[in-house]
Each structure stands twice: as structure tokens, then as C-alpha cells.
Design a binder for this molecule. Structure first.
Ligand code: SF4
Length: 469
């Protein structure tokens, strides 16, 4: 399965800032399970704690009490670029000519390799393997004398996907890339401002969602309130990641005014219109496919049943970084409900196939449990192309759909039939309004396919190292 990615949370002007950041990160845990960190400020200095592990493992009452002040930013991470070593935790901290700052980043910079090379040639020494560190070096080396001008200067040099949160004594800044690949929203909690990757992080602390940050927006939050600038002009067509809606975001989040849960149900309805099947029940691959399966069931009238029980003590299978753990995770993650399935024809609704190994195991499990027909349905189009914008997909050749036609994919997972939602159907569900990135399906990368990608260079290095006898 694919791997992701990161979640960010920030709060300004609250006496319990670090504790609320902890809760916000807890709600964003699905966006990254390898590292967690919080940086706070009391207006004079920054306080920081980060480590490898889940939010609840990383922080204790004692570490949280050391994070003083009324503002904080936090981060949960899966390694999209850079390894999962403990030095690669965020928020990143730095001292520069203007003082100290902390940075939390969700996304991938597509020109990171060339920027890093240029900076290293000028003497920069990188402390981590994360592309996010590039922004710190660009700020520190800017010829602008004012921090915000230096930040804008840095933002104009980077390309790709970013939703940044930056904390300095006296200021919190949220910035989104000009195409707005990753989500970032603003909320209010009384007199406090909150910023998070997803609105589900507001619900847990009782904050109200105000709005999604616009593509290219830089929101500056301080004692005087909030104001926005758009440092990169002219503004370009947004390309929000459609996969946030299909799979990544939590169904209880609202993104750009759309309920993730409702959109997933609509995807299931559209899938049923395009690819009906004669069957006894609709079974979701839990949990992320539940709403799409419900939509499929409602459209067709075929009963919805929880035929696969998911163990909630196992993380998402893609989260673990090593293949051996991932395979193990897939086997222990689902258990078919045998009494329900014996002799039944199933429509199995899933939200994506990446390598196909999980789908193959699910089909095998369901047949072993007594299902007589399995019609596999996907609430997204075939995933043929890697992502360069913050979703750590496998290399192109590892993607099931990159080199196989529909029949070859069906044979690989050993289902009776296999069908995917069409790209046109996907667009229809989102009212043909445009403004989305769908490159992993279409190969149409916003602004062109990135070259010399940082991740590929890192991977190539890793392959070379691994290939040594
Ligand atoms: S390539 Fe796919 S996963 Fe990556 S940003 Fe675009 S839609 Fe999202």
C-alpha cells in the first residue's frame, strides 16, 4: 500500500497551547505514525520536544509541561523524504539572523534536489534528510532584512507541495503552495486561532472551522489578529490532491467546504452507476472504504454488510516502512465474517489498489471464508503514476496498474470481476469544477512532471547502498 505523509497543527493565544496541540495531533495521527513533535513559545523563546513513535507514546505529562507558552505548532510524520531516523522529526528548529523559529511541513518540494545542491555548494550543512530543511536555509541566506520578506523570498524559490506552519516568538505563520496540493484550514476557539491539516483536529478541542487556506495564501497570526498575503503572483490554477478526498483524510473532516464522508459516498454511488454487479451483499474493505461501499449499496439496493472485520490494534498497513512488516500487517489486519459470507456473491468495495498485494490477500481470505463470487470495485481510477507531492507511492513499475490492463489486474488479484471508477466519473462527483490534481491516475502532473526529484535521488542512493555485496 501507499505510504503517507504528514499532519500539522498550530494554536495561537491559548494558555493550554501545548496540551491542545497534543490533542490536535492525536486527531491527525492517521496522517503519520512514525514521529511526533511539538514546539511552543512563551513570546521570548521556543520550547521543543519530538521523537519517534505515536503521539501518545512520544509525549508524557512531564514533556508536555515543559512546552511553555500560549502558542504551539505540532507535526506527525511518515517519512516521505528522508528516513524515519529520530533526527528527521519535526517541527524543525533553527537559529538564524532574526532569532529562532520552528517549522512544520506537509508535502514534498519538487525542486529540492537542485536547491539542496546549490545551497551545499554555498556552504550550507544540512542536519536532516528532510526537504523541509531547505526552507530554513533559504530564509537564513536571504538578503532581505525583514523576516516576512525573507520567508516570501524563500517561498518564491521552492516548487511542489507544501502546507507549512512556522512559529516564532510573537508570530505564527501558515503558508500553502500556489497550487494548494495539501489541505490546511483555519479555525477559532474563543479568542484563539487554530490551524490544522484537517478540520477533525478542531472537533477534538471544540474549535470551529472558519475556512480552508487558499492556494498560495500566507496567513500571518499574531497579537494583532490574522492577515493574509499572496507572495507568489500571478496566481495559478489550484491543484488540490483528489486523493485526500478518496482516501487520506478522515471522513469526519470537511475540506474546502466538502464533507469527506459525503464525497466518498458519492464516489460509491457513481461507481455503482458505472459498474453494477449482480450480488448478495456489498462488503467494504474497512475502514476507509466504508462510505463508498455504503454509497454503492444505496445506489444498487444491494445490502451493505460488514463482511471483513478490521483489527483496530494494527495501524494502516502502508504506515510501516519495511516490506516484511507490511506483509505481516496485511495478514493480521482483516478477518472475514465466515457465517455471513458462506455461499454469497460479494461486491467488495475498496478505495484504491496500489501494488495489488492487499487486494489479492483479501480475495483469497474471502474465498476461503466461503464466498462464491467476488466482484472487486474501486472508488477511484487505476493508479498508474507515482506522486511527487507528498504521498510516498512506490516506484512506477511497482504500481499494479502501471503495466497491466484490466484483465491482467483481475487475474492478479484473482477476483471474478474487477472495475474502477472512471476519471470522468470522478470529475462528475466533484461537479466538474476542476481545481484538482489527479496525476496519479492521468499522468497529467500540474506544471509538468518534476525532474530530478529529491525522493528518487534518495531512493537511487538507497538502492545503490543496498546493492553492495
Ligand atoms: S499525484 Fe495523486 S496522490 Fe499525488 S497530489 Fe496528485 S492526486 Fe494526490
Amino acid at each position: 500500500m501507499r505510504k503517507e505523509f504528514c499532519g500539522v497543527f498550530g494554536i495561537w493565544n491559548h494558555p493550554e497551547a501545548a496540551n491542545l496541540a497534543y490533542l490536535g495531533l492525536y486527531a491527525l495521527q492517521h496522517r503519520g505514525q512514525e514521529t511526533a513533535g511539538i514546539c511552543s513559545t512563551d513570546g521570548d523563546r521556543l520550547y521543543h520536544y519530538a521523537d519517534q513513535g505515536l503521539v501518545q507514546e512520544v509525549f508524557t505529562r512531564s514533556t508536555l509541561s515543559g512546552l511553555k507558552g500560549n502558542a504551539a505548532i505540532g507535526h506527525v510524520r511518515y517519512s516521505t523524504t528522508g528516513s524515519s531516523a529520530s533526527r528527521n522529526t519535526q517541527p524543525l528548529m533553527a537559529n538564524y539572523w532574526g532569532g529562532s523559529l520552528a517549522l512544520a511541513h506537509n508535502g514534498n518540494l519538487t525542486n529540492a534536489a537542485e536547491l539542496k545542491k546549490r545551497l551545499e555548494r554555498k556552504g550550507a550543512i544540512f542536519q536532516t534528510a528532510m526537504d523541509s530543511e531547505i526552507l530554513l536555509h533559504l530564509i537564513a541566506r536571504s538578503e532581505e532584512n525583514d523576516f516576512l520578506e525573507a520567508l516570501k523570498d524563500a517561498l518564491r524559490q521552492i516548487r511542489g507541495a507544501y502546507s507549512f506552519l512556522i512559529l516564532r516568538p510573537g508570530q505564527m505563520i501558515a503558508a500553502k503552495d500556489p497550487r494548494g496540493f495539501r489541505p490546511l484550514c483555519v479555525g477559532r476557539l474563543g479568542e484563539s486561532y487554530v490551524v490544522a491539516s484537517e478540520s477533525c483536529a478542531f472537533d477534538i478541542i471544540g474549535a470551529q472551522l472558519v475556512r480552508e487556506l487558499e492556494a498560495g495564501e500566507m496567513a500571518i497570526i499574531g497579537p494583532e489578529g490574522i492577515r493574509s498575503e499572496f507572495p507568489i503572483q500571478p496566481r495559478i490554477e489550484p491543484s488540490f490532491c483528489i486523493f485526500e478526498h478518496i482516501y487520506f483524510a478522515r471522513p469526519d473532516s470537511v475540506i474546502a467546504g466538502r464533507s469527506v464522508y459525503e464525497m466518498r459516498k458519492r464516489l460509491g454511488r457513481q461507481l455503482a452507476i458505472e459498474h453494477p454487479a449482480v450480488a448478495d451483499m456489498v462488503v467494504p474493505v474497512p475502514d476507509s472504504s466504508n462510505p463508498a461501499a455504503l454509497g454503492y449499496s444505496q445506489q444498487t439496493g444491494i445490502p451493505f454488510e460488514i463482511g471483513l472485520i478490521r483489527s483496530h490494534y494494527v495501524g494502516r498497513t502502508f504506515i510501516e516502512p519495511r516490506q516484511s512488516i507490511r506483509d505481516f500487517g496485511a495478514k493480521i489486519k482483516y478477518n472475514p465474517l465466515q457465517q455471513l459470507l458462506v455461499g454469497k456473491r460479494l461486491v467488495v468495495v475498496d478505495d484504491s489498489i496500489v501494488r495489488g498485494t492487499t487486494a489479492q490477500k483479501i480475495v483469497k481470505m474471502l474465498r476461503a471464508a466461503g464466498a462464491v463470487e467476488i466482484h472487486y470495485r474501486l472508488s477511484c481510477p487505476p493508479w498508474k503514476n507515482p506522486c511527487y507531492y507528498g504521498i510516498d507511492t512506490p516506484l512506477r513499475e511497482e504500481l499494479l496498474a502501471s503495466s497491466r490492463d484490466l484483465e491482467a489486474m483481475r487475474a492478479y488479484i484473482a477476483a471474478d470481476s474487477l472495475q474502477f471508477l472512471s476519471i470522468e466519473g470522478l470529475e462528475r462527483v466533484f461537479d466538474n469544477q476542476g481545481g484538482f490534481c489527479m496525476a496519479c491516475f492521468s499522468g497529467d502532473y500540474p506544471g509538468g512532471r518534476p525532474r530530478n526529484h529529491f525522493k528518487e535521488i534518495l531512493e537511487a542512493r538507497a538502492v545503490r547502498v543496498a546493492a553492495k555485496p
